[in-house]
Design a protein around this ligand. Sequence first.
Ligand SMILES: [Zn+2]
Length: 333
Amino acid sequence: MAGTRIWTEIDYERDGKQVGWLYLHHSVTRSAYGELMIPIAVIKNGKGPTAFLMSGNHGDEYEGQVALTKLIRSLEPDQIKGRVIILPAANMPAALDGARVSPIDQGNLNRSFPGDPDGGPTRQIAYYIDSVLFPMADLYADLHSGGSSLDYVPFISIHECEDASINARGMEALKIFGAEHAIVWAANKDARYSTNASTLRGVVSVGSEFGGGGSVSVSSVRMVERGLLNLLRHASIMVGKPELGPKPTRLMVVGGKEDFVYAPEPGLFEPFAELGQWIKKGDPCGQVHFVDNPARAPVPCFYKNSGMVICKRHFGRVERGDCVAHLANDRKA
Ligand SMILES: [Zn+2]
C-alpha cells in the first residue's frame, strides 16, 4: 500500500463489519519491537460510495470521539450500502494523552499533511490517511472541537478549494448536516490541514468545531450524532431523509487575519464580549492585566473587522501572540 510502513489486518474490500487496528512500528527502550495500535473500523455492504469519518485528529477535542466510538458499536452492514471507514482516535497517542499534539513527537496531525512514511509517528499517520484512506473516500468528515485553549460556537465547516464542483458538493453537505451554524473557511488554504489535503485528493470534505475547552457538550454530541447520519443519508450510504436540527442552518464565513485578534502582551486576559455576540470594527476585544504589577495600566487589543465572535480563548492566562478571539460573518449561499 503506497510507501506507508503502517500495516493492518483489516481488508477494506471485504463485506461485513471489521473493528481492528492500524499498526505503526514504534521501537523504544521498553518495547523493542513494539507497535502503536490505532483503532479503525470498516463497515461494508456491497458496492457504493465510501464515507471516511475521523476524530481525534486533535486528542483534546471530544464530541467527535464520543460520537464515532458509539457509531462503531451501533452501525451494522445491513443498515448501509457502500462502505463506512471510521478512525475515531486518528492521532491515538494525543487522544490517550487528552492533548492537541502527540506526546511522542509533539506532532500536530492537522499541520502534518501530506505526511511522510519515514517521519515520526504523527507524520506517518498523516501519510497513511493521505495516501491510503483519502483515495478510497468519496466523502470525508474531520470532527474537531476547538481544543483545550479555545471555545467555539459549535459549527460544521468546509475549506474552500480551487475546484468549484468540490466546493458546491461541500456546500450541500454543510446544509444537510443540520447544525445551527455552518462556516466556510474562505482564506485558509494551508495544505497541511487534513480537510485541505483531502480536497487536493478530490474528496468532498467537511470539518467542524463542536465546542472546546477540553469538555464534552451534551447538545454537541447529539448534533454530531444526528449530523453524521444525515451525511450518510445524503451520500446514499444510508436510506431515509436527513433529520433537520432544532434551528435552521445559518451560513457564515471566516476570512483572513483581519478576523483574528491576538494577545498584545503576556498576562491575564479580560475579554469584553461573549461567544455569539456581534461587535464592530475598532471595538476593544479585551485587555491584558498584570497581576504581578497592578500599578501598570492594562494593555487593550482591538477588532480589525466587524462580525460575530465565533471563537474565544478558553484559558485566562495568555502569552503574547495567543489568539484571544476570532470572528465570522454572514455569507450568502
Ligand atoms: Zn482541532
